[in-house]
Design a protein around this ligand. Sequence first.
Ligand code: KG4
Ligand code: ZN
Length: 335
Amino acid sequence: MKDVIIMAIETSCDETSVALVKNGKDILSNIISSQIDLHEKFGGVVPEIASRKHIENIDPVIQEALDVAHVSLEDIDAIAVTYGPGLVGALLVGLAEAKAIAFATNKPLIGIHHIEGHISANYIENDFQPPFIGMVVSGGHTHLVHVKDYGVYEILGKTRDDAAGEAFDKVARAIGLGYPGGPKIDKIAKEGDENAIEFPRSYLENGSYDFSFSGVKSAVLNYINQCKMKDEPIHVPNIAASFQKAVVEVIVNKTIKAAQTEGLHKVALAGGVAANSKLREMMTIACKEADIVLNYPSPVYCTDNAAMIGVAAYHEYLKGVRHTMALNAVPYLKL
Ligand code: KG4
Ligand code: ZN
């Protein structure tokens, strides 16, 4: 079969990323221009600033992705782009660019769901295929999904309040670690005692695969306030480690339960929080005990990147999925 080369564009949040992906697996280039420095001083992503920066970044990032891959626009079989969920202004920059290229080159346009991209990152480095249980933990999403086939999903549960990454970021801000908090908590937790403070684990109703992280977040904030009131020192590494353990434990237990109940022996982690070392460690142990094969992408494919969008798009391309120029950004797009 002829090679299929897809150019993928991802601008749903604060990363401008463009990748060239061959046959859904071979990452010819994956350029990621992060805006973290710009948003850091505001303690989180400022949507207006993100959109403006994407506009500045997108053309040079596309050029770099083509150069690194040694590919020209004529060699491309399709243009893929994240069209939701995400920040609407940010999504529109990638979408307008993808449409312009598709129109000018007369190549097909394929819109991709951001979470489908995160899940598809698991197909890059290892020979890992559906069906499996996917645990998507990112800054905006916490979805426990039965991945029945490429692009075929059954959502078993999701967060009812904060996303896992959002809880990491908010707690990090409260203990003075700054933005983005996830990697900073991960790092400093290694110096702490994870059993120092007993933060609550929220399992919700019996058998529920939904998540709630606002309780543990509030418990950390209360704990800090109490320390301040009593004039006691705040031990940042202990708080980070104890909070991290409380969050990770619930994610691991619910994922294993889902795999066993659905009769699946394969689990995959996805999204920015899948880069968390404690989550990887505890999930590895739990999967081993339960005789489950675990897969997770390298950190660069866990956080936002366009390679994962190109991989997801390849499977849509094979199915014949094509979008028209009427494709719009959908900030709350459902999986
Ligand atoms: O997938 P992602 O790049 O963007 C969204 O789609 O939301 O995820 C970003 C989130 C942020 O909340 C960040 O703090 C978190 O992933 N994150 C981590 C780690 N690396 C990134 N959380 C915990 N531990 C990490 N090592
Ligand atoms: Zn993401």
